[in-house]
Write a protein that binds this ligand. Structure first.
Ligand code: GTP
Ligand code: MG
Ligand code: ZN
Length: 285
């Protein structure tokens, strides 16, 4: 049976790249557990159209879940580019959630601060130094400027662009792979938000080797699929203090002898990150 890689997903329709040919495929059944980046086997039915018969085992899957709904972002990725910008306004909780999803899926993440040409970016970069201290890689750049540091990281791997609408994911894709010709749109100043220009995931081969997946901007990033243990593992500053609290089942709320709260007091843990950890733990959102 022929096989290939899913390079686009539109609901229940997929484009599968098989060598030099791309095949428009559908799936059998209602719920397709298929994402951009998946390796699949397919068969040709009529007029060159295909049906996906089997998804090959994945190395990983990046996805979000809001209650019963789950959204696959990309599969088999080597690197996630979590794109942020000062315009539209930076939303830290979304970044934290993206980082948590990557940690849980075992996908290395780089925080890409785009729009370095804007004056507001300096303050954001200053704020994000705390993430460097946590061990995350931070790249500051402009889609219109020098992208060599980013290109070097993308070579010969499959990476995915993730982030809020309007941060410049598709603009970065176009700068790195001009043949992508992805649609982009100006941020709405009135709404302080992007316009959700990209509506489905797409994988593009990079001229220097490797592939880049562009994904639709997200407003929310549900993590209902993660257990309490996975959440704890996904916060490096909480993970590293495991076993240091007086109570083994400490939830780091107001328990005496809590090593995490002591670290917050000492300025070693960002209170906002602990706040988001609790929101996730108690499913408050
Ligand atoms: N000043 C500045 N503007 C940028 C930069 N990168 C992108 N933009 C602008 O930001 C706006 C949004 O860019 P898009 O690439 O459409 O954003 P996106 O993240 O793909 O948005 P969605 O597809 O809606 O998720 C456009 O007007 C771009 O021209 C940059 O480095 N500097
Ligand atoms: Mg886009
Ligand atoms: Zn504790």
């Amino acid at each position: 049976m022929p096989s290939g890689r899913v390079i686009a997903s539109h609901g229940r329709r997929f484009v599968v790249q098989d060598g030099a040919t791309s095949v428009s495929c559908v799936i059998r059944g209602r719920n397709a557990d298929i994402a951009c980046g998946d390796r699949v086997q397919y068969c040709i039915i009529q007029d060159g159209a295909g049906v996906i018969e089997r998804v090959e085992p994945r190395t990983n899957l990046l996805y979000r879940s809001d209650g019963a709904r789950s959204k696959r972002i990309a599969a088999n990725v080597d690197l996630a580019l979590l794109v942020v910008a000062a315009v539209p306004s930076f939303r830290e909780e979304l970044l934290i959630r993206c980082l948590v999803a990557c940690e849980a899926a075992g996908i290395p993440a780089v925080i890409v601060v785009n729009k370095a040409d804007l004056a507001q970016t300096d303050a954001l970069v200053g704020h994000l130094q705390a993430y460097r201290a946590l061990g995350y890689d931070l790249l500051v750049l402009s889609a219109q400027g020098d992208l060599s540091a980013l290109s070097a990281r993308l070579r010969d791997r499959t990476s995915v662009l993730v982030g809020a609408s309007g941060v410049g994911k598709s603009t970065l894709l176009n700068a790195l792979a001009p043949h992508a010709r992805a649609a982009t749109a100006e941020v709405s100043q009135a709404l302080d938000a992007g316009r959700h220009t990209t509506t489905s995931a797409r994988l593009i081969e990079l001229p220097g080797g490797g592939a880049l997946i562009d994904s639709p901007g997200m407003q929310e990033f549900g993590l209902d699929h993660l257990t309490a243990d996975q959440l704890t593992q996904a916060f490096p500053e909480i993970r590293s203090r495991r076993g240091l609290c007086r109570f083994h089942n400490c939830r780091h709320l107001h328990e005496p002898g809590c090593a995490v709260l002591a670290a917050v007091q000492a300025g070693e843990i960002q209170p906002f990150r602990l706040h988001v950890y609790h929101r996730l733990l108690f499913r408050l959102c």
